[in-house]
Design a binder for this molecule. Structure first.
Ligand code: HEC
Length: 184
């Protein structure tokens, strides 16, 4: 009985000290270094418009209409940008990494890929169709080539997602009720 009493006293004593130490300067095992150990932590500003925006993005696109606005791209959108840069940029943008594009020489002049006033009206399905089958298949100019044989379904989906991401005015995905269409 006595032993248990001693044991409990010591135990309570230890717990009491631990609780006290946790809240007091006794918690600092070493008082010779400052709390931050002399580390100087400064924020490194992230440059705008470089390939990557930090955290959770796979790439970025500088807004075609506003160089101060950088649009972060998720994985699929970044893949779409690659497809766009490889295939579509020559006709659907004014400038390319290799210099001016061919857009102004094409008749009819292809819409800029960020032109929300053109692309926002079209559903993903409609875009998929014209990209895969080409302009002539949907009653548009045959100057828009078919990509169904040279791009995969996924490439086409990605380039659509990229188009949606850069759209100006911003693309609003239709509500689920509008997307469930009994006709299509
Ligand atoms: C050789 C030039 C050329 C290339 C390359 C090209 N396009 Fe086009 N595209 C056109 C032209 C021209 C039109 C306009 C057709 C019309 O309005 O009759 C067009 C129209 C479109 C449209 C339909 C717009 C509408 O008003 O319905 C989509 C979508 C499109 N292009 C996507 C793409 C994508 C995606 C790529 C790359 C994978 C691509 N285009 C590559 C020339 C091109």
């Amino acid at each position: 009985m006595k032993l248990i009493a001693i044991y409990l006293t010591v135990l309570l004593g230890c717990l009491g000290f631990a609780a006290y130490a946790g809240r007091s300067s006794a918690a600092k095992p070493c008082w010779c270094w400052s709390h931050d150990q002399g580390l100087v932590i400064t924020k490194v500003p992230h440059p705008k418009g470089t390939e990557y925006i930090s955290y959770g993005s796979y790439g970025s696109e500088v807004d075609w209409n506003n160089p101060d606005h950088v649009i972060p791209l998720n994985y699929s959108q970044a893949q779409g940008k690659r497809v766009f840069d490889g295939q579509c940029i020559w006709c659907h943008a004014d400038a390319t990494p290799a210099g001016p594009s061919n857009r102004s020489n094409v008749t009819p002049v292809p819409p800029l890929m960020n032109d929300g006033s053109v692309f926002n009206m079209l559903s993903d399905k409609e875009l998929q169709r014209v990209i895969a089958l080409g302009g002539s298949a949907v009653g548009k100019s045959a100057m828009m080539p078919p990509y169904g044989k040279s791009l995969t379904q996924e490439d086409i989906q990605d380039v659509i997602l990229y188009t949606r991401a850069i759209a100006a005015p911003t693309y609003q995905r239709p509500s689920i009720w509008k997307r469930i269409s009994w006709k299509k």
